[in-house]
Design a protein around this ligand. Structure first.
Ligand code: HEC
Length: 209
């Protein structure tokens, strides 16, 4: 009888990916910030940004660089990861100049090693019920600021769908997880569940101009 039980429990444990158990909130915060830094620095390296946007992105990169050592410390505390080396790598990374190729290479490399852990399948298309739900959520909670026809220079980005489609899955997820949290200085957790985030992920990408 107990053998059945052990088999059953082991089956459940194997069924869930390890990330469900190991990815704590601090680890996620760290990965999100690294992915945001990679994405924002990428935007700076691309041509054609208005000066308002450039200024806004530079400000975000500076605040990312300031907050990353602290997030790395929390990451290490929570995960038991070999701390000193991660800490040194983050310190080194924060010394590279904003908008440089060296920063881009270092932060991309770190982002690949610490991908954002997320438990919900982001590639699943929305069923019609979820689509109705997220459409009304978006109209109620987001559209007031993220107006689809906003001018390109707006920091909240008109053409949100186009923006969402212009980057990797990891970066768009990080922007949703990070952008809905306030700024880098707040330790507030994202108020939405992963299921809700996954709906916003698909909705903005698939349905908005
Ligand atoms: C009160 C206005 C306001 C509301 C409401 C709002 N946002 Fe935002 N959002 C902003 C501003 C301003 C920024 C950019 C500033 C920043 O970096 O925090 C932003 C940034 C974001 C970003 C990050 C963009 C990036 O480049 O990193 C995402 C994603 C986002 N919002 C999604 C949403 C979603 C989804 C909702 C609805 C649940 C929502 N926002 C509601 C004002 C708002």
């Amino acid at each position: 009888m107990s053998r059945w039980l052990i088999g059953w429990v082991a089956g459940i444990v194997l069924f869930f990916p390890a990330t469900v158990f190991s990815a704590g909130e601090h680890q996620r915060r760290f990965s999100v910030e690294v992915a945001l830094l990679a994405g924002d620095n990428r935007l700076l390296l691309e041509d054609g940004l208005s000066s308002e946007k450039r200024q806004w992105i530079e400000g975000r990169i500076i605040s990312s660089k300031n907050v990353l050592p602290l997030l790395a410390r929390y990451y290490v505390q929570e995960s038991g990861y070999e701390g000193l080396s991660l800490f040194q790598q983050v310190e080194a990374l924060t010394r590279y100049p904003v908008g440089s190729d060296t920063l881009q290479r270092a932060v991309m490399e770190m982002s690949e090693r610490f991908p954002v852990q997320f438990a919900v399948d982001l590639n699943k298309p929305l069923d019609s019920l979820s689509k109705r739900q997220v459409k009304s959520d978006y109209e109620e909670m987001c559209l007031g600021c993220h107006i689809t026809t906003a001018q390109e220079k707006s920091v909240v980005i008109g053409e949100f769908g186009t923006f969402a489609r212009s980057m990797t899955d990891d970066e768009w997820l990080a922007r949703l997880l990070g952008g809905l949290r306030g700024d880098s200085y707040t330790a507030l957790e994202n108020p939405f569940t992963d299921t809700e985030i996954a709906r916003f992920f698909r909705y903005v990408r698939d349905e908005l101009p």
